[in-house]
Design a protein around this ligand. Structure first.
Ligand code: HEC
Length: 445
């Protein structure tokens, strides 16, 4: 797949036009002298970079350049103005009017204006005495040493070019059911690991897939290649720059005894040196036995065919929630034709509430979103999703040329239509036997 490089060219060419326009204006009016009484790098600007950008923009991490020093940043001042004003940076897909998420990577208008003013003033450095202490990215775990760290026994070296989705099953060897309040991911090769999803395998299917595929792990693009039918199917996803989501003290995800964790790692090599990768997952167990378990269930439609050359094809799914629940997490998932995803909750006889809306879906920036406050959902509420797909040649991510009919499947050229929910059941305590998935979520035909 060539997705990101093409997108970068598109961004670069839009930006190039803006630059040409700026240069033409400069011919008519000579460039103004640097203004020194506005925001400076050393005072205001570096603080925005520390809070909002450096988690990805530091040497050796996923972003293509660093924003640690004045020299790093000044060279990119105009691009910084453009990418923040157009809200392409920091990458954050949910639209602001819908859903309230913890750790949202959304700049305030004051921050955007500050960066623009700094660029317009000629990107002044200011007084180095104003610099805050530099942030340290020594690769440590954000939440401190995890209780359990797992990685695949051998490192895997992805090819020099082309995206690879590789799954690594790892036995947990946990003798009893365990309760997880957070996970964190430490990529081996930060420049190449683009995102990671942690699946749970309770019956050993992933081990068979691994044995059937030469080399460490096995390749599987969409899901992990085996069916996820228990209530505990994933521990969540990770993308660069993400802070680990910690569940409140009295709730936790369950990790069944002796299960395997399957890390699905998306490698996006840049055609330069790739190094062997051994991505680690760090698991933080609940400090005390939780009151409630966060279960994961998908709102899902597997019966669709997206006709070729349709640029805006709608696929929907609706489930009735049979028991009162609280929603903690939402995790939309589509492949390369997906463009928009709109997820709502409508109480019986009540008004629709928007849970998450993504109107510029990017497979490469998917993730799990944690609500700032858990959302109470009454029995009889309808959870619905509307997903839109662009199966035309105008969609530069379209893996089929010419476009062809596309249905549900695991391959790059297939599609998916899912929104996972992480939720607790109000009437159920951690010690209770959970009801079956269909007793909680009932598909509406
Ligand atoms: C979550 C990680 C992440 C964060 C946070 C982030 N960036 Fe980026 N940035 C990237 C990646 C990755 C790219 C390369 C393009 C891509 O993959 O979309 C990039 C590219 C850029 C580009 C170049 C765009 C181009 O292709 O020409 C600019 C400018 C930029 N970022 C500025 C910023 C600024 C300013 C901030 C903070 C306000 C920021 N970024 C925060 C990951 C991040």
């Amino acid at each position: 797949m060539f997705g990101r490089s093409v997108r970068r060219i598109l961004i670069a060419s839009a930006f190039g036009l803006a630059l040409i326009a700026a240069r033409q204006r400069a011919v008519l009016h000579p460039a103004p002298p640097q203004i020194t009484n506005g925001p400076t790098f050393s005072n205001e600007v570096v603080r925005v970079f520390q809070n909002r950008c450096q988690s990805c923009h530091h040497p050796g991490d996923i972003a293509p350049f660093s924003l640690m020093t004045y020299a790093d940043a000044a060279a990119h001042a105009d691009a910084i103005k453009y990418m923040t004003q157009t809200r392409q940076m920091p990458p954050w897909k949910p639209t602001p009017a819908c859903g309230d998420f913890a750790d949202a990577r959304v700049l305030g208008q004051d921050e955007i204006d500050l960066l623009a003013k700094w660029a317009d003033n000629g990107a002044p450095e200011g007084n180095v005495a104003d610099l805050p202490p530099a942030k340290n990215f020594d690769g440590g775990w954000a939440l401190g040493q995890p209780d359990l760290v797992l990685s695949y026994a051998e490192p895997y070296t992805p090819p020099l070019t082309g995206d690879v989705y590789r799954c690594f099953p790892m036995p947990t060897n946990l003798p009893a059911d365990s309760y997880v309040s957070a996970i964190d991911i430490k990529p081996g090769d930060r420049q190449t690991v683009h995102h990671v999803i942690a699946y749970i395998d309770t019956n050993g299917d992933s081990q068979k897939l691994d044995e059937a595929d030469p080399g460490p792990g096995y390749t599987s693009f969409g899901g992990p290649g085996f069916s996820l039918n228990s209530l505990s199917s994933t521990l969540g996803g990770w993308a660069p720059g993400a802070r680990p989501a910690v569940l409140p003290d009295d709730v936790a995800m369950s990790l069944p005894a002796n299960s395997r964790i399957v890390l699905q790692v998306h490698y996006h090599p840049h055609g330069v040196a790739v190094v062997p990768d051994q991505t680690q997952i760090g698991i933080y167990f609940a400090k005390k036995k939780p009151n409630k378990i966060v279960y994961m269930l998908p709102l899902i439609n597997q019966n669709f065919t997206i006709p070729p050359n349709n640029p805006n094809y709608l696929v929907s799914a609706s489930y009735n929630v049979a028991l009162p629940v609280h929603l903690y997490l939402v995790f939309p998932h589509m492949h390369l034709l997906g463009r928009k995803m709109h997820v709502t909750a409508t109480p019986f006889g009540g008004n629709e509430q928007c849970l998450i809306n993504i109107d510029d879906w990017d497979f490469n920036w998917q993730g799990q979103y944690k609500f700032s406050q858990p959302i109470a959902v009454t029995a009889g509420t309808r959870l619905s999703l509307d997903a839109y797909y662009d199966n035309s040649t105008d969609n530069w991510r379209n893996p089929n040329n010419p476009p062809k009919p596309v249905s549900w499947g695991e391959q790059t050229t297939d599609e998916m239509c899912i929104s996972f929910f992480g939720f607790t059941i109000d009437s159920l305590f951690a010690t209770d036997q959970p009801p079956s998935a269909t007793q909680i979520f009932r598909a509406v035909q």
